[in-house]
Write a protein that binds this ligand. Structure first.
Ligand code: ADP
Ligand code: MG
Length: 502
């Protein structure tokens, strides 16, 4: 009879239950792991051997076979150590088999028998709950995230403590889930941004409707400053959004001590970022920057400096809100609904259009620089804004600008209108599908006429039309206006990138 212990195999953020079957029999002394294990899983026997000796145990001089079922599913990662070790202990009679029935085990062992933090504990505990299991045993450092699923989450420091728990010597207590309380301390504030009225207004609209924004301006105008302050005017994460983000950070192994993503993600990858780091993939098909920015902001500073191939990968997730990552033998889908905020200089030297400093870039250099950002990507930028150079009076002024808290109040009112409008079908105007948007968009006859003229004058694409409409909807929401009025459309149109202007 083989002993069986349950664990998990991760496919993106979906977990599949894996049955770890242990057979200890007679024959040549060996320790074999079968069932498509990868390198890290095969090496687990060495960690288990060492961890056992820390308990004062040694592996029996018998033929140990570990089968990871289903055998045709690739097993990747180091979290199979704990279920294999527990299975062997049970087969040896040191752990009663009855305690393994309704539990899931995952964790990596160090040589002294301690459990080290592992990635993907939240998806594992959710899968365990879905399969009707009652508890999960995982490394202590991951127990808080495990507690998010409606299941008993036991944090284990080392193998010895776990044995003590099963013997009834020192029972472990299940971890309680932490409450979502946003930590807004050390947030950057819009009160520090001097001048730049138009860019501040654009940032407010972007926050109100979740729109993408591209800022263009000379060095030191405040582009990065504004972008970094956008999270301070976005609504706090709701529990569904927090859980989604936590899942992605969990499989990436990036969750902090609290085991929960509490703040809206803000990702700021460097322009040398590779295609794989941006979209996800690699050996373990981990989520990329676009997925780590899910439900938050993806800030790309110095946009034209990114590789063109990297920028093009943004296009599809901007439309669909998810990205499919190909692995050798599987496709993994990760959510990636992010708000894209980007910044660029007007020319490679940075001073094109500067009132005092001459631009030293040649027309060819400027053209090459700008051509890095393709038309389809520009078409997806809802707000294009040019920042002027700050004047001496603005720079030296001691007056504080309007604070983030004040702007946030207006954004929250606009978001409440969107929530009531879409009733859970979309989180904000930017995420509303075209048909849903049209159902809820009333234009007055003058506004309709204006839109028609704009399509002809600015050669708006189909996407451009709907994006302008969405933006106008957000501007009207900030105005608490049910109908989209001509002034809302006019303002929305003023933010569209016009190629002949640039
Ligand atoms: N509008 C502004 N208000 C206040 N300080 C500013 C402003 N613009 C730039 N600065 C100062 O200059 C620094 C660089 O600004 P930054 O936002 O990085 O410029 P950019 O990204 O446009 O090149 C900021 O850290 C800040 O100290
Ligand atoms: Mg900058």
């Amino acid at each position: 009879m083989a002993t069986s212990v349950k664990t998990i195999a991760l496919c993106g953020i979906d977990g599949q239950i894996v049955d770890v079957q242990i057979h200890i029999g007679t024959g040549l002394v060996a320790f074999n792991i079968v069932g498509l294990p990868d390198g890290a899983v095969r090496e687990s026997k060495e960690r288990i051997r060492a961890a056992f000796s820390s308990l004062g145990f040694s592996l029996p001089a018998k033929r140990i076979t570990v089968n990871l079922a289903p055998a045709d599913l690739a097993k990747v990662g180091s979290h199979y150590d704990l279920p294999i070790a527990v299975g062997i202990l049970s087969a040896l009679g040191a752990v009663p088999e009855s305690v393994l029935q309704d539990a899931l085990f995952m964790g990596e062992l160090s040589l002294d028998g301690c459990l080290t933090p592992t990635a993907g504990v939240l998806p594992a505990s959710i899968a365990a709950h879905t399969h009707g299991l009652k508890s999960i045993f995982c490394p202590k450092a991951n127990a808080k995230e495990a507690a998010w699923a409606d299941i008993q989450a036991f944090g284990v420091t080392d193998l010895k403590t776990l044995m003590g728990h099963f013997k009834g010597d020192s029972a472990l207590t299940p971890e309680a889930a932490t409450l979502i309380e946003e930590d807004s301390s050390n947030r950057l504030d819009f009160a520090d941004v001097k001048g730049q009225k138009q860019a501040r207004r654009a940032a407010e609209i972007a926050a109100a409707g979740g729109h993408n924004m591209l800022m263009c301006g000379p060095p030191g105008a405040g582009k990065s400053m504004i972008a970094k302050r956008i999270p301070s005017i976005l609504p706090p994460l709701n529990s569904k959004e927090a859980l989604e983000a936590t899942m992605l950070y969990s499989v990436s192994g990036l969750l902090g001590k609290e085991g929960l993503v509490k703040q809206r993600p803000f990702r700021e990858p460097h322009h040398s970022t590779s295609h794989v780091a941006m979209s996800g993939g690699g050996h373990k098909a981990k989520p990329g920057e676009m997925s780590l920015a899910h439900n938050g902001v993806l800030f790309l500073d110095e946009l034209p400096e990114f590789q063109r191939q990297v920028l093009e990968t943004l296009r599809q997730p901007i439309e669909t809100g998810h990205i499919t990552v190909a692995r050798a033998n599987a496709h993994v889908q990760y959510p990636a609904r992010f708000q894209l905020i980007a910044a660029m200089n007007p020319s490679p030297c940075g001073y094109l259009g500067h009132p005092h400093i001459p631009c030293t870039s040649t027309p060819q250099q400027i053209q090459k620089y700008r051509a890095k950002i393709s038309g389809p990507l520009l078409d997806r930028m809802d707000l294009y804004i040019e920042l002027p150079v700050l004047c001496a009076q603005e720079l030296t002024s001691q007056e504080k600008s309007e604070s983030s808290a004040e702007i946030l109040q207006r954004v929250l009112k606009a978001r409440a209108l969107q929530e009531a409008r879409y009733k859970g079908k979309a989180s904000c105007n930017a995420a509303a599908p075209d048909d849903l948007l049209q159902q809820h968009t009333q234009l007055c006859p003058k506004g309709e006429d204006m839109m028609k003229r704009a399509i002809e004058k600015f050669h708006l694409s189909g996407r451009g039309y709907f994006r302008t409409l969405r933006l106008a909807r957000s501007i009207a929401d900030l105005d608490a206006s049910g109908t989209i009025l001509p002034q809302h459309i006019a303002e929305a149109l003023s933010y569209r990138y016009q190629p002949y202007k640039g």
